[in-house]
Design a protein around this ligand. Structure first.
Ligand code: THU
Length: 140
């Protein structure tokens, strides 16, 4: 179930700022497409990441997964919000691989996508990945 409790506006702004602050940390020399991600867990802690690329292109990792894997391995609680920030005219949606990871580890989160002018779109993870494959299928 999505955490419907609206995030306090100042906390939401801080989460967006945390995602935005990650853009210069992106290692995106190949695509030049920097992505910043910030996750909020149920304790209100903020976990961030940026995309990291490699000369062997397929080894790169999206900002969302960098942030999630870092958070998971450093004691994050259940995620309530995921912010994805890009220096683009339109908000950027998480890629398919990230949607699958979000379904696995941040199923209840609201995903907030932010463009350069601050315009925001938000979708639940379930909206982003209908018909997800998950552990239920493995045990079926
Ligand atoms: N990228 C992300 O970090 N998140 C997304 O949801 C979409 C794509 C990154 C991957 C790659 O480093 C660059 O953006 C261009 O695809």
């Amino acid at each position: 179930m999505t955490d419907d409790a609206p995030l306090d506006p100042s906390e939401r702004d801080a989460l967006v700022a945390a995602a935005w602050a990650m853009l210069p940390r992106a290692r995106c020399g190949y695509s030049k497409f920097a992505v910043g991600a910030a996750l909020r867990d149920e304790q209100g802690r903020v976990w961030t990441g940026a995309n990291v690329e490699n000369a062997s292109y397929t080894l790169g990792l999206c900002a969302e997964r960098v942030a999630i894997f870092h958070a998971l391995t450093h004691g994050a609680g259940r995620f309530t919000h995921v912010v994805v920030a890009t220096d683009t005219a339109q908000p950027t949606s998480p890629c398919g691989a990230c949607r699958q990871i979000l379904w696995e580890f941040a199923r209840d989160a609201m995903v907030v996508m932010v463009a350069r002018d601050g315009a925001q779109t938000q979708r639940s993870v379930a909206e982003l990945l209908p018909g997800a494959f998950d552990d239920g299928a493995l045990s079926g």
